[in-house]
Design a protein around this ligand. Structure first.
Ligand SMILES: NC(=O)c1ccc[n+]([C@@H]2O[C@H](COP(=O)([O-])OP(=O)(O)OC[C@H]3O[C@@H](n4cnc5c(N)ncnc54)[C@H](OP(=O)(O)O)[C@@H]3O)[C@@H](O)[C@H]2O)c1
Length: 168
C-alpha cells in the first residue's frame, strides 16, 4: 500500500474557511484531479459535505468518508469510523494509491500516525484569513522536489508552487 497526501495551503498554512476552500485556482484543481484519478481518496465527513452535491462523490475515484457517526450514509461512498480501520482495510492494495485529501483533522491525524509516504503540497502565495490549517511537520524528514509552478494570470489571482515531499 502506498499512502499519499494532497493539500493546498496559503502562506499561513491555511487550507479552508467556513467549511469551504478560499480560492479558485483552476490549474490546481486540474492537478488534483489528474493526480488522484483512478485511486482511492480518503476524506473527513466535513470535507465531503463541503463538496457541492453535484460534484460528489468525486468521479473516477473510490471515495472514502471518515465519520464517528455509526449511522452515517453517503451515496456511492465507502464509510469508515476510524483512520486506522480504513488504512488496515487497504493494507494489501497494490494497484491504487491511498490519497489522504483532508480536511484539517484528517491531515493532522495522518501525519501524527506517521503513515504518509509522500505529500503533494500546493503552496499558494497569498494570505486568506483561514480558520482551518495544515499542521507543521519536520522538513528534515522529507526530500522536496518542485513539480509545478503556476504564475499569477487572468485565471489565477494568486501564484502557487506544487512541491512533492517524499519520506526519507
Ligand atoms: N486546501 C485543501 O487542500 C483542503 C483539502 C480538504 C479540505 N479543506 C478544507 O478543510 C476544511 C474541513 O476540515 P476540518 O478539519 O474542519 O474537517 P475534516 O477533517 O474534513 O472532517 C472532520 C470530521 O471527520 C470525522 N473524523 C475525524 N477524525 C476521524 C476519525 N479518526 N475517525 C472517524 N471519523 C473522523 C468527524 O466526522 P463526524 O463529525 O461526522 O464524526 C469529524 O467531524 C474545509 O474548510 C475544507 O474546505 C481544504
Amino acid at each position: 500500500m502506498k499512502t499519499s497526501l494532497i493539500v493546498a495551503m496559503d502562506i499561513d498554512r491555511g487550507i479552508g474557511k467556513n467549511n469551504d476552500l478560499m480560492w479558485h485556482l483552476p490549474s490546481d484543481m486540474r492537478f488534483f484531479k489528474e493526480t488522484t484519478s483512478g485511486h482511492v481518496v480518503v476524506m473527513g465527513r466535513k470535507n465531503y459535505e463541503s463538496i457541492p452535491e453535484k460534484y460528489r462523490p468525486l468521479p473516477n475515484r473510490e471515495n472514502v468518508v471518515l465519520t464517528r457517526n455509526q449511522s452515517y450514509v453517503a451515496d456511492d461512498c465507502t464509510i469508515f469510523h476510524s483512520l486506522e480501520e480504513c488504512l488496515n482495510y487497504y493494507e494489501s492494495e497494490e494497484e491504487r494509491t491511498i490519497f489522504i485529501i483532508g480536511g484539517g483533522e484528517i491531515y493532522r491525524q495522518a501525519l501524527e500516525m506517521d503513515v504518509i509516504d509522500e505529500m503533494y503540497i500546493s503552496h499558494v502565495n497569498h494570505s486568506y484569513g483561514a480558520d482551518t490549517f495544515f499542521p507543521e511537520f519536520d522538513l528534515k524528514k522529507w526530500t522536496v522536489e518542485s513539480i509545478l509552478e503556476q504564475p499569477k494570470d487572468d485565471r489565477h489571482k494568486a501564484s502557487f508552487s506544487v512541491m512533492r515531499y517524499s519520506k526519507k
